[in-house]
Write a protein that binds this ligand. Structure first.
Ligand SMILES: Nc1ncnc2c1ncn2[C@@H]1O[C@H](COP(=O)(O)OP(=O)(O)OP(=O)(O)O)[C@@H](O)[C@H]1O
Ligand SMILES: [Mg+2]
Length: 573
């Protein structure tokens, strides 16, 4: 027994040669390649891709890569030895050089086209050809699909160079955005929120690109300068990277009868999505119509849970377009994201994102994306009225399901067995007026305090509070007393309730002003802070040391308020 345990825990993948036999390229082998593409993947110039599900693309390696970090948690899950991350051949592959990988690993990866809808409206304008045929993975290139310990994973480089969908851009990701994405994925996974996962992060010690950014201390909304930044490649991992926008691309083509196989390509991608993301809940033996209805139901369930989770942990996607909405129902694309510090229902860190993608509007934004998903599925059931009715009913039930998930989430955050609308609304008013730090307030509540002194750690004390602190404190005390009465009327002990609340309300949150010095130091070749943040943010529910608490469990210092690049940012790439 003991022996078996040790065996299971010990890494089985210590070299790239160990990884190679696990490769299993289902997307490339079962879906259609663009017939116009070069099979060797030497296809980098922007162009229209009219048919097919993917284009073979060789990534462009970053010059002289240096190791920054890897996900110890994911390595453990995959059975990878930690030393692999710094081994020459692994590092070469995951910094974009596939030229020497051992067979059956392939020497070309793939990029996929997708369509874009913003808050439920279809767009083609973002495609340079204005047709939608040039939009897709512009700098994300998948390099491997493998079945590891019974689970299929896709590994995708972000910043791996140009693809036909690059729209004239460089195909690179800068160190800043790569550090942010890497840390955020690690943090979200540790928070228990479904997400693409971080695998590895390498930076080029010589290659730099220009990006618009903020001068030091700038309070400008838009970037006011161009800066040179090192390029990096982070690899992210998920069961698939299929997006709602991807289904939409094929559904739009089917609708327009863009080519003779358009509807067939839509069927293929939907069935592929089911195999990749929903095989555990959708039986392969069922009919297409049955599968589509089950898919709609399962995705609705995942998406509504996901958004409730986002709100639970204070996460704002910022640009929740259909192409940034993973069809597997997990968080994808950590560009314009932020974690809410000072509570504001309309919190939106990304200046280009608009109110519709703000913090508490995410359920509505998710419904718009779901609507596009539903729209893409409908052509598949055209001949089956009963199934179509079921599909439509699932669509119209979205808001009800979303509301139920939100209510359960708020109840859990407050340690309550039942959602209490009045109590939450009163609290919401106080949170906005004071205003409070979202993470610190709920964490302090999780100690079930008798008086408001500890809650005050979360107070930013704005104009309304300062105008009459006594009345505000009285209102807080009255609210707290009411809440405590409810807590005491429940079946669990106070200790049990506090324990449960601490599993729901994290202590540590990835605050942008903590991340900024980490990527700044990394640009100077010092990765200590990136690694420290990774360590702290992968245990977000734990108390951790006093030193960690003093450094990371803090209100946002006033000097970072409204600071460009920290409180808001316009460029995420
Ligand atoms: N530097 C770049 N070079 C080429 N294409 C880019 C670049 N930056 C963004 N894009 C493309 O522009 C589109 C919109 O960008 P967005 O910021 O949503 O995505 P992303 O962060 O690049 O990628 P993802 O959604 O894969 O995480 C995407 O299709 C993306 O591939
Ligand atoms: Mg994106």
């Amino acid at each position: 027994m003991n022996n078996r345990k040790t065996e299971e825990a010990s890494p089985v993948v210590a070299t790239l040669d160990d990884l190679a036999p696990l490769a299993n390229y289902s997307l490339m082998d079962r879906l259609n390649a663009d017939p116009d593409a070069k099979a060797d993947g030497a296809d980098h110039a922007p162009r229209q891709v009219f048919t097919g599900h993917y284009v073979p693309v060789k990534p462009t390696p970053i010059a002289d890569p240096e190791y920054i970090t890897h996900s110890k948690a994911l390595f453990r899950e995959l059975g990878f030895a930690d030393s692999l991350a710094q081994s020459d051949d692994f590092m070469r592959m995951f910094s974009g050089d596939l030229s020497q990988v051992p067979a059956p690993l392939r020497r070309a990866g793939w990029a996929c086209g997708y369509a874009l809808s913003i808050y439920g409206t279809e767009y083609d304008q973002q495609c340079p050809f204005r047709t939608g045929n040039g939009y897709g993975d512009g700098r994300a290139i998948s390099v491997l699909e493998a079945v590891i310990r019974g689970q299929r994973w896709e590994m995708q480089l972000k910043g791996g160079g140009r693809t036909p969908y690059c729209r004239g851009a460089d195909g690179r990701a800068v160190l800043r955005s790569s550090v942010r994405e890497f840390l955020a994925q690690e943090h979200m996974h540790a928070l228990g929120v479904p997400t693409s996962r971080s695998l590895s992060l390498y930076v080029s010690t010589i290659e730099q690109v220009q990006r618009p950014w903020y001068t030091e201390g700038s309070h400008s909304m838009d970037p006011d300068t161009m800066v040179s930044e090192p390029v990096a490649i982070s690899t992210r991992v998920a069961p698939s990277f299929l997006r709602v926008g991807q289904l939409e691309l094929f559904a739009r083509r089917a609708r327009k009868q863009a080519h003779p196989h358009a509807l067939q390509e839509l069927v293929m991608i939907v069935l592929h999505l089911i195999e990749r993301e929903y095989a555990d809940v959708i039986d392969n033996a069922q009919s297409l119509a049955e599968k589509v209805v089950l898919l709609a139901d399962a995705f609705r369930d995942r998406l509504t849970s996901l958004v409730a989770n986002w709100i639970r942990v204070g996460y704002c996607q910022g640009n929740f377009n259909s192409d940034n909405c993973a069809a597997g129902g997990f968080t994808l694309d950590y560009g314009p994201f932020g974690f809410c510090e000072q509570f504001d229902p309309q919190y939106q860190p990304w200046t280009g994102g608009g109110q519709h993608f703000s913090f508490l509007n995410q359920p509505a934004a998710a419904e718009r994306n779901y609507h596009m998903f539903w729209t893409a599925l409908r052509p598949l059931l055209a001949a089956d009225e009963a199934a179509l009715q079921q599909l439509d009913d699932i669509r119209s039930g979205f808001a009800t399901v979303m509301q139920a998930k939100l209510e359960a989430m708020w109840a859990a955050k407050l340690g309550l067995e039942h959602f209490n609308k009045e109590l939450l609304n009163e609290l919401g008013g106080l949170m906005v007026q004071t205003p409070v730090d979202y993470t610190i307030l709920f964490r302090e509540l999780s100690n079930l305090p008798d008086d408001i002194s500890s809650l005050k750690k979360s107070f930013y004390k704005g104009a309304v509070y300062q105008a009459d602190p006594e009345t505000m404190d009285q209102r807080w005390s009255a609210w707290l007393a009411k809440w405590n009465t409810l807590i005491d009327s429940q079946s669990g002990s106070r200790e049990e309730i506090a324990q449960q609340m601490k599993q729901v309300n994290p202590k540590y949150s990835l605050r942008e002003w903590l991340v900024a010095p980490a990527y700044q130091q990394a640009a100077e070749g010092d990765y200590a802070l990136v690694r420290e943040l990774q360590e702290v943010m992968t245990q977000p529910y734990d108390e951790q040391s006093q030193e960690v608490e003093d450094k990371y469990y803090r209100l946002k210092p006033s000097e970072f308020r409204e600071l460009g690049g920290v409180s808001h940012y316009s460029c995420s790439s």
